[in-house]
Design a protein. Structure first.
Length: 159
């Protein structure tokens, strides 16, 4: 319907700053739009890739239909194995928090997926970077405080 106007390459630093500000102001949709503009002209911009994952996952608890596959598209373009794994964990953690806020169904399993990602990231983290440990501990505390348990999955298999 509309042909979007391309961002100039020399405007990317200011656009990143503006998008990050929108995220801090709890305007993830506005931030996402700017990150998309950046990625349109600089598809491998690592800061924009990481931050679009954060902006999209900021929207989980707001009843926006953001699918994991759409976010995963950006995660797969992150070059660092550590960061790819870490941001995948953040996606699961935020999905878990959104599930917990709604009805709790599946929250335990999502937190455990996040924790698995954070453990993997911890094993390959750069020296002095304990972010994955902090996230793992945060997930563990939420599970404990809310007494979350794995769902009982019925055995529908006929042998």
């Amino acid at each position: 319907m509309f042909d979007l106007k391309p961002l100039h390459l020399d405007a990317i630093p200011a656009a990143l700053e503006k998008a990050n500000r929108y995220r801090l102001l709890n305007e993830p949709g506005a931030a996402e739009s700017i990150y998309l503009d950046i990625l349109e002209v600089d598809p491998q911009n690592q800061e924009a890739l990481k931050n679009i994952v954060l902006a999209m996952s900021d929207r989980f608890g707001k009843d926006y239909a953001i699918g994991d596959a759409r976010i995963t598209e950006y995660i797969t373009r992150i070059k660092s194995d550590y960061e790819r794994t870490y941001y995948t964990g953040i996606m699961y953690e935020r999905r878990a928090k959104a599930a917990l806020a709604k009805n709790g169904i599946g929250a335990y399993e999502l937190f455990r997926q996040a924790m698995d990602c954070f453990e993997t990231a911890e094993a390959m983290r750069p020296a002095g970077n304990d972010d994955a440990i902090l996230r793992w501990n945060g997930c563990a505390r939420v599970i404990t405080r809310n007494n979350l348990q794995p769902r009982d999955m019925p055995n529908d298999f006929i042998e």
